[in-house]
Design a protein around this ligand. Structure first.
Ligand SMILES: Cc1cc2nc3c(=O)[nH]c(=O)nc-3n(C[C@H](O)[C@H](O)[C@H](O)COP(=O)(O)OP(=O)(O)OC[C@H]3O[C@@H](n4cnc5c(N)ncnc54)[C@H](O)[C@@H]3O)c2cc1C
Length: 469
């Protein structure tokens, strides 16, 4: 059976890895992975500058999602996994121009500890009262979907949407709480609401049930950065099966075969196709052969983002009031009127990211509310970032280096109605023989979700017998 994989990000690579394992185990399978750019990994990309390890895209994955660590075990690189420095796990929120620490006990946006919630300057007294009343909320099951903002506002009020839900979701999805679907992005909270009513009570009950095998770091990365995962997968694949610099233009079907059309009119024939590109690319490729599926795929919204890494020599920064900011970094609510969405203090978050005493910051811009940032030239982005870092951190030092990375339309937006759209995509895809889809547009945006989507697509493809067998 001949299988084409289109897209060499972590989703397509994971599909290829599973097929390679099947091939080595004796399955009659040959695969070819087509990647448009000249490198594998998609948005996973690590660079080293002046002794600092810079992540251009994702810097880690959630430890509680198993697929990424499992893949590392299969690859024999589990000893390369590193946990975040959770002793430093403090996050700040910019409130009226000042950084306020997120109170202890806040689980995502749900308060679980009384005193820190009462004492924090993060919320007004009105919001604190509302949080206290939330404990008495009655179980409630929503009929349809709603925005994450509407859901959170129902529980804790609009200030929590502005200061927590929106910036936190912007950090994960590059999206806005007003448009993201609660069913798709906060499904656990919906279950809690249905069972307990109060999210605070539900969270406390869930915390009690947690296994007592010691706290696991919240985030996991690789010693040499996320690129290490990409390189380890690529090293296990058949080199003849990898085509980089190979942009696919269209797909067609002839009899029982898929015809994969590359630039310059080259055509290849396959029994199966795994499409591991963003949904809008998949839509373009399928336009003539599966027009209805292409139509629904094309409806998936995407946001763009820019990440900027800045390195500072040890002597260059004393911090506001002589004190360096500690913790993992800060989030900026939209109401603060800044271009920065978030900033990670990389030197604190993971070990060995910057030489001792040096500062490595990574800031995020863009997201669904600021698509224009992609059009701004590098010098202007850098100027804006430096102005805002000066305002927020009192950081006036000249960075020893900076790097800017642009990610155009790379984050799928799970907007209200997302799960219905995915169900429709699934239904239409099932009617297209030998076609599988993988990537961040369907059932999870994070690296582990994408690994799982690639693996699942490969397993499903192997399970289907060739139509002409
Ligand atoms: C800035 C940023 C930060 C992130 N941070 C985190 C994080 O910290 N933790 C986390 O878990 N997740 C994070 N994510 C999300 C996660 O990294 C992505 O969802 C995931 O890596 C997407 O992988 P993918 O393979 O599906 O897509 P991509 O990485 O986009 O790969 C798709 C590939 O398809 C190729 N392609 C496109 N068109 C064609 C064509 N016509 N022919 C052939 N090839 C084509 C592209 O060149 C690309 O290589 C982040 C994402 C971004 C952008």
């Amino acid at each position: 059976m001949k299988i084409a994989i289109i897209g060499g990000g972590i989703s397509g690579l994971s599909a290829a890895f599973r097929l390679e394992r099947a091939r080595r185990d004796g399955a009659d399978v040959r695969y070819t992975l087509f990647e448009a750019s000249d490198r594998l990994g998609g948005v996973l990309r690590t660079e080293r500058v002046d002794g600092c390890l810079i992540e251009a895209g994702p810097d880690s994955f959630l430890s509680e999602k198993q697929s990424a660590a499992e893949l590392c075990h299969e690859l024999g690189i589990a000893d390369q996994l590193v946990g975040s420095n959770d002793a430093h796990r403090r996050t700040y929120i910019l409130v009226k121009g000042r950084l306020v620490e997120m109170p202890d006990g806040l689980q995502f946006m749900v308060p679980t500890k009384l005193m820190p919630t009462i004492m924090t300057p993060l919320f007004s007294w009105g919001t604190k009262l509302r949080m206290a009343r939330e404990v008495f909320a009655r179980p409630h099951t929503s009929n349809g979907d709603e925005s994450a903002a509407a859901f959170v506002e129902r529980h804790f009020g609009s200030e929590v949407v502005d200061r927590l839900a929106d910036p936190l979701l912007a950090g994960v999805y590059g999206g806005s709480a007003e448009r993201l679907s609660v069913r798709a992005v906060l499904p656990r909270f919906l279950d809690m609401e249905a069972k307990y009513g109060s999210l605070s009570r539900a969270m406390l009950a869930a915390m009690k049930k947690r296994p007592a095998n010691g706290p696991r770091p919240v985030f996991t990365s690789m010693k040499d950065g996320m690129q290490q995962l990409v390189d380890a997968v690529a090293a296990q694949l058949d080199p003849d099966a990898i085509r980089t610099g190979a942009r696919i233009k269209a797909l067609a079907r002839e009899h029982d075969e898929w015809v994969v059309l590359r630039e310059y009119s080259t055509a290849y024939r396959f029994d199966r196709v795994i499409l591991a590109t963003p949904a809008y690319i998949a839509a373009g490729l399928l336009r003539t052969v599966e027009p209805r599926l292409a139509g629904v795929l094309g409806e998936t919204a995407y946001s763009s983002s820019v990440t900027v890494a800045l390195g500072y020599a040890a002597a260059g920064y004393d911090g506001r009031g002589g004190k360096r900011e500690d913790g993992f970094g800060f989030l900026v609510p939209r109401s603060e009127g800044k271009r920065l969405l978030a900033c990670t203090f990389v030197h604190n978050k993971f070990p060995h990211r910057a030489p001792e005493g040096q500062l490595l910051l990574r800031v995020f811009l863009g997201g669904s509310n600021d698509a224009e940032v992609l059009q701004i030239p590098d010098e202007e982005i850098l100027r804006t970032v430096r102005v805002e870092l000066r305002q927020i951190l009192g950081l006036t030092a000249e960075p020893a280096f900076s790097r800017i990375y642009r990610w155009e339309r790379s984050m799928a937006q799970y907007e209200v109605g997302h799960l219905e759209r995915v169900a429709e995509i699934e239904r239409l895809r099932a009617g297209a023989p030998g076609l599988a889809l993988a990537g961040n547009a369907y059932r999870g945006i994070g690296v582990p979700d994408c690994i799982k989507s690639g693996m699942d697509a490969a397993v499903e493809t192997l399970r289907q017998q060739p139509a002409n067998a």
